[in-house]
Design a protein around this ligand. Structure first.
Ligand SMILES: [Zn+2]
Length: 312
């Protein structure tokens, strides 16, 4: 058993306007740090493109079709103040969703124990019919529904520790009892959702808002007090992670004070959960993280734990 790393050079071709925080350099920084000798044993695979069917499981088809109709030959078409469609944007977004689906296939087949998808754009803000917050397709939700439909699972857990609430994942899975979605996030902060009383149609959504300035201790208390018991009680057959690293103390977009150690700790606890219930099956996908060096070192800490547990 081992750990897979899925990515694709198409994810470097999605370019946002100059000065945009969701920049190509994010993935370049991650690729650079994962070139280190300690990561030589990752099972590296190019991400396939997600099919229309995979995307249309979570978004009404007109959402995808409207986005496709927007693709320019050059430059950008704005969706909102911070979300833009460029010539290569949707191809990259399809690689991101395709990476998670392929990673799910790999862990379900026992080819690897767990996987990290180093992809962009992120996905967790994309709602049913609305691209927003740098996101176009709901990557992690697409992966969850893929696991349910293609592998017959009935209990998929998603943990989102990005500093922003995963409003898109919540929206896409609001009525889905086969997925338990837990999120820790700073509140108040963009996009404004994620209050503790937002619980989904079946009580299957667990929101743990954290006040600005929270340390790793507050984050860990939220994980231990709410997230992990709720996910343990669910007894997942697969654990997905929306791994945003913008809760790092150095991130310019938010005000939490997590460190690499906190991300490693959270990764280890989610691996514990997966070890207990589902043979260690974890698929993690990149969401946010905008300080390039903090992002790279946090991803390294995260993948280091996945690799360590991949041999478990
Ligand atoms: Zn974020």
């Amino acid at each position: 058993m081992n750990t897979a790393l899925l990515s694709h050079h198409d994810c470097l071709d999605h370019v946002n306007p100059p000065g945009h925080p969701e920049q190509v350099a994010r993935l370049r920084a991650i690729n650079a740090v994962l070139e280190a000798e300690e990561f030589a044993y990752l099972v590296r695979e190019d991400a396939p493109l997600a099919t229309d069917a995979m995307i249309d499981r979570v978004h009404p088809a007109p959402h995808r079709e409207r986005l496709e109709a927007m693709v320019p030959n050059e430059g950008w078409r704005p969706i909102d103040g911070d979300t833009f469609v460029g010539p290569a944007t949707l191809r990259a977004a399809r690689r991101a969703a395709g990476a998670v689906c392929r990673a799910v296939d790999m862990v379900m087949a026992g080819e690897v124990r767990n996987a990290f998808c180093a992809v962009r754009p992120p996905g967790h803000h994309a709602e049913l019919e609305r691209a927003m917050g740098f996101c176009y397709f709901g990557t992690v939700a697409i992966g969850a529904l893929h696991a349910i439909h293609e592998h017959g699972l009935s209990r998929v857990a998603i943990m989102d520790f990005d500093v922003h609430h995963g409003n898109g994942t919540q929206d896409l899975l609001w009525g889905e009892p086969r997925v338990r979605f837990a999120s820790t996030h700073q509140m108040p902060l963009y996009p404004g959702s994620g209050a503790a009383d937002e619980v989904g149609l079946h009580g299957q959504i667990v929101n743990v808002p954290l006040p600005p300035g929270s340390s790793g201790g507050v984050f860990r208390a939220g994980m231990l007090g709410r997230v992990l018991p709720e996910l343990d009680d669910f007894a997942p057959e697969l654990v997905l992670i929306s791994a945003g690293f913008d809760a790092h103390a150095r991130d310019p977009l938010a005000n939490l004070n997590l460190t690499e150690d906190d991300f490693a700790w959270a990764t280890a606890r989610l691996c514990d959960l997966a070890d207990k219930h589902c043979g260690g099956r974890v698929v993690s996908t990149l969401e946010g993280g905008y300080d390039l060096s903090a992002l790279a070192s946090s991803v390294a800490a995260h993948v280091r734990v996945l690799m360590d547990r991949g041999y478990g």
